[in-house]
Design a protein around this ligand. Structure first.
Ligand code: EPZ
Length: 417
C-alpha cells in the first residue's frame, strides 16, 4: 500500500486521540488469566489489535469487537491452543500470549514474535523468566516448544538487567496466579505497565509498587472479570503534536489526551519554540515562528519516549539551528535517517548520537521501515516541497487509527493508493 501526501503550507484543525495501542495489546492478553468476561472500552481499531484478537481466538478466547463503539468483549471458553506461526510473527505483542499461557501452566507450540524490527529486539528476558518459573523451552525448526516442568512452591525474585516493558508485564502475568510471592527488581514503570497493574488489581490481583525499583506480586487463586477503560495513546498524541511543530504554520487542537503522560513531550515542544495552551484533556499548539534546535536525551518514562524519537528527528530538520538526540533505549533506532536523507535532510548518527542540521526537505519516494518511521515519513511529506510517496504504508495503520481521516481534518492532502 502507498500513501501520497502533499506539502501542507499550514495546519489548522482538531484531532481526537484514540486508546493506547501498547496498553490495549497487553491488557487483551489478560483475558487468558480469567474465566470471566473482560469488557474493554476505548479500544483503538488498528491492525495490531485486530491481529492480537485473531491470536486470542487461536487459543480459545471468544473476542467480540464493536469497532464503531471501540468496545471489546473477551471471554475464555476453553483453552484450545492452535497458534498460527504466520500470525504470531506479525506482531511483537504476541509474546504476551506466551506469558499468559505459561501463567495457566499450559504446554504449547509457538514461535518468535515479529513486529517493528528497527533494531535487534531479543526476548531473552522473557524466556529466562519462563524457564525460571518451571518451563522447558525447546527451539526447533524456528518453533518454540513450551513444556511445563515442576511447579514452584517458593517465593521468587526476578531482576531485569534493562528496564523492559514486555518482560515486566510477562513476569507479572506468570506471577499473578501463583500461591507464592514474587519480586521484580528494576521493572519498567511506563504508563502502559501501570495500566496493566491497575487492571489486574481491579481483577483482584495483589500487585504493589514498593518503590521505583521494585514491584511485589502476591499470587491469588482466581482473577475476576471486569470492565476497563483503556487510557489515551500518549504516542499517537505526541505524533500529532510533533507534526504540528514541523509544519510551516499551525494552529492545532489535540483532544482526548492525558496530560501527565505528556509532560516531557510538552517541555520539548516548548524548547523547540512552539506555544502550547493546556486544557483539562486537550492541548492547543500554535506555531508561527521558526523552530530552535534542541539537545534531547531519549530514555525510559518520564523522559522523552523512544517511540517519538524518529518523528522528533524530522521535526528538528525544520529548526534554524543544529539539534542532537540520543536514544538510550534503542541507540540503533535509526531506520528513518535514510528516508530523511533521501528527502535532502542533513542528518547523521555518530557514536550513539543523531546530529540534525537545518534542512529544506523535498518530495521523493520514501519507505516506511516500521510503524514510527512511517509516521516520520508522513511528517516529511507534510513539510517537503511537492508530493511525497510513502511505500509500505500499511505498517503505519498498525498503530494509528483513522490515519487519513485525522490528517485530513488538520488540512493535510493525503491519498491511500
Ligand atoms: C515496548 O516494546 C513497546 N511495544 C515499544 O513500542 C516501545 O518502543 C518499547 O516498549 C520501549 O518503550 C509494545 O508495547 C508492543 P522493551 P518492548 O522490552 O516491550 C531490551 C511501538 O512503536 N530487551 O521495553 O518489546 C530491548 O532490546 C513499539 O509502539 C532485551 O534486551 O521493548 C531494548 O533495548 C516499538 N531483552 C530494551 O530492553 C528482552 O527480552 C527495552 O525494550 C527484552 C528487551
Amino acid at each position: 500500500m502507498k500513501i501520497e501526501i502533499a506539502e501542507a503550507t499550514s495546519l489548522k484543525g482538531k484531532v481526537t486521540i484514540s486508546g493506547s495501542k501498547n496498553a490495549t495489546l497487553a491488557i487483551m492478553a489478560c483475558s487468558i488469566l480469567t474465566d470471566e468476561l473482560l469488557i474493554l472500552n476505548n479500544v483503538p481499531n488498528i491492525s495490531d489489535v485486530q491481529m492480537l484478537a485473531k491470536l486470542l481466538r487461536e487459543v480459545g478466547i471468544d473476542v467480540v469487537y464493536l469497532e464503531k463503539k471501540h468496545k471489546m468483549y473477551l471471554r475464555k471458553k476453553k483453552l484450545k491452543i492452535r497458534l498460527q506461526a504466520s500470525d504470531v510473527k506479525q506482531i511483537r505483542a504476541s509474546y504476551y500470549i506466551m506469558g499468559a499461557l505459561v501463567a495457566m501452566r499450559k504446554n504449547f507450540k509457538t514461535c518468535y514474535p515479529g513486529g517493528c524490527d528497527f533494531a535487534k529486539r531479543p526476548i531473552d528476558y522473557h524466556l529466562e523468566a519462563f524457564r525460571k518459573t518451571g518451563y522447558k523451552i525447546i527451539e526447533k525448526n524456528n518453533f518454540l516448544f513450551f513444556k511445563k516442568q515442576r511447579g514452584h512452591s517458593q517465593n521468587q525474585n526476578f531482576y531485569l538487567a534493562r528496564k523492559s516493558v514486555g518482560a515486566t508485564i510477562n513476569i507479572i502475568y506468570i506471577s499473578v496466579l501463583k500461591n507464592t510471592s514474587t519480586i521484580i527488581k528494576n521493572p519498567s514503570l511506563e504508563p502502559e505497565v501501570m495500566q496493566v497493574i491497575t487492571l489486574l488489581n481491579q481483577m483482584k490481583a495483589k500487585i504493589t509498587i514498593l518503590d521505583q525499583d521494585t514491584i511485589e506480586i502476591k499470587g491469588v487463586k482466581k482473577l475476576l472479570g471486569t470492565i476497563f477503560d483503556i487510557m489515551s495513546d500518549r504516542i499517537e498524541a505526541g505524533s500529532y503534536m510533533l507534526l504540528a511543530c514541523a509544519a510551516h504554520q499551525s494552529e492545532v487542537r489535540i483532544e482526548n489526551i492525558y496530560l501527565p503522560h505528556l509532560r516531557e513531550v510538552i517541555q520539548t515542544i516548548k524548547e523547540l519554540g512552539v506555544s502550547i495552551k493546556e486544557g483539562k484533556n486537550y492541548l492547543e499548539l500554535k506555531k508561527t515562528f521558526p523552530l530552535k534546535g534542541i539537545e534531547k536525551e531519549i530514555a525510559h518514562y518520564p523522559f522523552f519516549p523512544t517511540d517519538l524519537q524518529q518523528i522528533l528527528t524530522v521535526v528538528c530538520t525544520q529548526a534554524i539551528t543544529t539539534s542532537i538526540l540520543s536514544d538510550e533505549v534503542y541507540p540503533n533506532r535509526l531506520s528513518h535517517l535514510l528516508e530523511i536523507q533521501k528527502a535532502n535532510g542533513k542528518v547523521k548518527s555518530f557514536k550513539k548520537k543523531i546530529y540534525i542540521e537545518p534542512s529544506n526537505l523535498f518530495a521523493t519516494t520514501l519507505y516506511a521501515h516500521d510503524l514510527r518511521c512511517g509516521f516520520a515519513c508522513i511528517v516529511i511529506g507534510a513539510v517537503a516541497k511537492g508530493i511525497t510517496t510513502i511505500e509500505n504504508a500499511e505498517v503505519i495503520l498498525r498503530g494509528y487509527e483513522e490515519l487519513t481521516n485525522k490528517l485530513q481534518k488538520l488540512g493535510i492532502r493525503i491519498k491511500m493508493k
